[in-house]
Design a protein around this ligand. Structure first.
Ligand code: SF4
Length: 530
């Protein structure tokens, strides 16, 4: 179409990483299917050719970015500069594109990046994206301010410039409120309730998982582990219909590749998961390599491990969070120690050679003895299942918006506890894959901040994963003063917040109401003395 909307859809990492993001692929395909949109992709290492020159029209109508990891946030600014788009939303004029964002990081808390964004799409793209594009088409000739008002009327579209934070005398956030009549006081996340979910639209050997066809089996997770963004942010739990959703989605991709990935926060909780496995056990899939994302330990069965082994998988991933029963109860994991042993036995007996476990340190009220319990569990598990290679991926607890642990801080003790696990496990032949403590601190800073962080993000560019660089940028912003002042680093990253305080994301709705989150938080911590 000659006057199609000119869109760039960016990803804040390289092509192999970006094209392996099912969310990115689906947004791109939704836009590419429309005849009234001309969409080009941009990654940090390459991109599609630019739109053709047409001096009678602005070079770009829309620039979008999907953000799945907090540490990628500064890359947005680099990508904008590459396109010669002003990085600050309030410096953009009528000839500049609308800059929009989506993905879990921005749906949870877009506030630190709000000054760089014109619009944020909250929730599932299936309904949201078509409505957003239709709205922009209806007002594309209008001045920029009018276009933004038009987009803000689409359910699930948050236009940060139409809201302003109000602070108390000591810089405490009191509210984030609409600045004009007709703008809703809060923005609700949009939820797709159809009986199909997403699957790959691009299969390429260049992907981080080469030539994989990804099929989304479930969305969200019903387990409600108290720290878990993948569960709380995207509620309710939904599963794709087996006959109308999953089977056609798998068939569609297996014409092009023999590598299948079943994705979702909690794949094995699909109500027809055993039937799906049975269907995949047919002889005609004998040359297909099947992998699943992490499954709940309590749902590991001989059927699951047997078929994974027959279909080329060597390992299975389960998240245990901690070897301490007390910690697992605290986070609502509903997983007893015996179920972990059973999962390991099923993995080995089914023919898998490795079990990858995921854990966490620094949870609220955790003591060193709880971390020792994780080391002991791994060592006992190794003795109980000889022949099964064990590894532990371990991260530091990071508070996430819209979860019951959003009020808890990163615990500085976590850094030593990561080292303690390394000391206990590495000499005994258990591979440890710790996530950097420094990265966790930066993640928490971006997860829990408000708009006052934006200049720090701009200053920290080029220091993506250097904790020292971020701390320096924060110190300099504090020293520069300004009103309202930045909150202290300590309170944002490590502070236990008062559950009655206004949260930076309070005007944005997610899975559960704040009163329910407060109750889950209270239940989790009761009896701990916190
Ligand atoms: S089981 Fe896994 S995905 Fe589900 S809530 Fe717990 S941590 Fe999140």
């Amino acid at each position: 179409m000659a006057d199609a909307l000119r869109v760039v859809l960016a990803f804040p990492s390289t092509y192999p990483v970006g094209i392996t993001s099912l969310g990115y692929q689906v947004v791109w395909a939704t836009l590419a299917r429309r005849s009234d949109v001309d969409v080009r992709r941009q990654f940090t290492d390459r991109g599609d050719p630019p739109h053709g020159a047409d001096r009678s029209r602005p070079p770009l109508d829309l620039f979008g970015l999907s953000l799945s990891w907090e540490l990628d946030a500064p890359v947005l600014l680099d990508l904008l500069e590459q396109r010669r788009i002003p990085i600050w939303a309030d410096r953009r004029g009528d000839g500049d594109p609308i800059v929009f964002g989506g993905g879990p990081v921005l749906t949870a808390n877009p506030e630190p990046l709000a000054p760089f964004l014109d619009a944020v799409l909250l929730g599932d793209g299936e309904l949201l994206l078509p409505a957003f594009i239709d709205a922009l088409q209806s007002c594309r000739a209008a001045p920029r301010a009018e276009r933004l008002r038009c987009l803000a009327r689409v359910p699930g579209v948050y236009v940060p410039s139409l809201y302003a934070p109000r602070y108390g005398p000591e810089g405490q956030l009191l509210a984030v409120e609409p600045i004009e009549d007709g703008v809703t006081a809060s923005v609700g996340r949009q939820t797709w309730r159809g009986n199909t979910l997403s699957h790959s639209t691009v299969i390429t050997p260049e992907a981080a998982w080469p030539s994989i066809h990804m099929v989304e089996v479930v969305r969200s997770c019903p387990e409600l582990c108290r720290f878990c963004l993948a569960s709380y942010l995207t509620l309710p739990f939904r599963s794709a219909s087996l006959d109308d959703g999953l089977i056609p989605a798998v068939e569609a991709g297996l014409g092009a590749t023999r590598r299948l990935g079943l994705l979702g926060a909690s794949v094995s909780q699909h109500p027809q998961f055993p039937e799906l496995l049975g269907w995949l056990d047919q002889e005609r899939f004998a040359d297909t390599r099947i992998s699943v994302s992490s499954v709940r330990a309590a749902t590991v069965t001989p059927q699951l491990t047997g078929i994974l082994a027959r279909r080329g998988s060597r390992s299975l991933t389960i998240a245990i969070e901690s070897g301490s029963e007390r910690m697992r109860t605290l986070v609502n994991k509903k997983l007893d120690t015996e179920a972990i042993y059973t999962a390991a036995r099923h993995a080995r007996d089914g023919g898998l050679s490795a079990l990858k476990l995921y854990g966490m340190v620094g949870l609220p009220s955790e003591e060193e003895a709880d971390v020792e319990a994780t080391a002991t569990l791994l060592l006992d598990l190794k003795r109980a299942t000889p022949g099964l290679r064990l590894s532990l991926g371990v991260s530091t607890f990071v508070p996430k918006a819209h979860t019951p642990f959003q009020w808890e801080g990163v615990r500085p003790e976590a850094e030593k506890r990561l080292q303690l696990l390394a000391k206990r496990l590495k000499p005994k032949g258990i591979e440890l894959r710790p996530e950097s403590y420094g990265w966790s601190v930066i993640q928490a800073l971006i997860s829990r901040s408000d708009r006052r962080l934006a200049p720090v993000i701009a200053a920290a560019r080029g220091q993506l994963s250097s904790l020292g660089g971020w701390k320096r940028a924060y110190r300099e912003a504090l020293a520069a003063g300004g009103a309202p002042p930045l909150p202290s680093w300590e309170s944002v990253v490590h502070g236990r917040w008062d559950p009655r305080a206004t949260l930076p994301w309070q005007h944005l709705e997610a899975g559960l109401a704040p009163t329910v989150l407060r109750e889950h938080h209270r239940q989790a911590l009761q009896g701990t003395g916190l």
